[in-house]
Structure formats: C-alpha cells, structure tokens
Design a protein around this ligand. Structure first.
Ligand code: IMP
Ligand code: MG
Length: 187
C-alpha cells in the first residue's frame, strides 16, 4: 500500500460512480419510505462498512426512523467469514415491536447476516428486513435473500463508499475494483 496518498492508483476500474450510487440510494429510500408507512422503523447499520451507505440512505427515507449501530467480527481467518460471529458492539435500543431494517454494505457468503438476522429475530421485533447496497450472489454459501438490493456485483474485490481492504479505501467516494497486485502483495 505504497500510494496511500493517491488511492486511485490502486483501483483497477470504477464499477459504480458516486452519481450512480446516489441515484440508486434515492430510489431505495423512496421504496423503503413507501413500505414503512405507519411502521416503527429502526435502521440498524452494521459497522464499519455500511456507515457511508447508512448516512445517505437514512436521509433518503422520509419517515421518523430511529437508528442504531452494531459491530460484529467473525472468528477465524480475517479474509474468510466463518459464520461464527462475535458481537463487538450491540444495539442500545429495545427491539420489541420495532420494524427492523438491517443496513449492510455487501452481502457475500451471507453467513454474517444470516447469523445476525436470527439473533435479532430472537428479540421479539415486529419484523426484520435486510437492505444491502451490494450483492455478490455468486458467492452465497447460505440461503439468504436481501429484501432490498442496490446493485448486484461480480465476484471481485470491491472497495470504496465504506468498503475496505485491510481498513483502507473506505473513504473512496466511488465504488471500485481493487487491483489484484494490491491484495496479493505481501505486506
Ligand atoms: P459474509 O458473511 O461472507 O456475507 O460477509 C460479508 C462481509 O464481508 C461484508 O460485510 C464485508 O465486510 C466483507 N466483504 C465481502 N466482500 C467484500 C468485498 O468485495 N470488499 C470489501 N469487503 C467485503
Ligand atoms: Mg461489513
């Protein structure tokens, strides 16, 4: 990661521009606004990857929603999600009777979210749905279908708009594919 000052050098190509993302987020927000009329919406962002999406999506939803954050980490190898999830930071708000919308950056194997969904369903909310900005359906290892999807993406390593590689590139405003040499290079 030599060119931290100019991270565009590490990006092979831009997959989705900030304008494309913004337009889709507005559409998702409008759809969620319609679907959650009269409901008690609580948006739960899964840190850290979904923080940029959350900030934009919540302002595209024209309802008096509550927000909260969770942080999870999966046990085992850092690059492979094992499905066994440790709760690093839990929700502070009581879930009983709430209409929960889990906000995720990218759905890959689906292991993290299916664990999380089951855990939250056990706390007696009125409903639990998932919105993911990106979906890599080719990688799914457990049967999990998001309720709202921004874009389907190919099985490549994606960074930007919150998504990281080794904690970097989250602040890239567009969504790009990381050059292979960046993540295959030993550091
Ligand atoms: P899952 O349990 O395999 O679905 O894990 C999903 C999580 O893996 C996401 O929330 C991301 O943090 C991470 N992830 C999966 N694919 C990518 C990617 O292409 N770029 C960055 N992070 C990714
Ligand atoms: Mg994530």
């Amino acid at each position: 990661m030599q060119q931290q000052n100019n991270f565009s050098n590490d990006v092979e190509r831009i997959l989705l521009t900030r304008q494309q993302v913004q337009k889709r987020v507005e559409e998702l927000g409008a759809q969620i606004t319609r679907d959650y009329q009269g409901k008690d919406l609580l948006m739960v962002s899964v840190l850290k990857g979904s923080v940029v999406f959350m900030a934009d999506l919540m302002r595209a939803i024209h309802l008096p929603a509550e927000i909260d954050f969770m942080m999870v980490s999966s046990y085992g190898a850092a690059s492979k999600s094992s499905g066994v999830v440790k709760i690093v930071k839990d929700i502070d708000i009581e879930l009983k009777g709430k209409d929960l919308l889990i906000v995720e950056d990218i759905l890959d194997s689906g292991r993290t979210l299916s664990y999380l969904k089951e855990l939250l369903e056990g706390r007696d909310p009125a409903s639990v749905r998932i919105v993911t900005l990106l979906d890599k359906p080719a990688r799914r290892a457990v049967p999990l279908q998001p309720d709202y999807t921004g874009f389907e993406v190919p099985d490549e390593f994606i960074v930007g708009y919150g998504l990281d590689y080794a904690e970097h590139y989250r602040n890239l405003p567009d969504i790009g594919v990381l050059k292979k040499e960046v993540y295959t290079k030993e550091v």
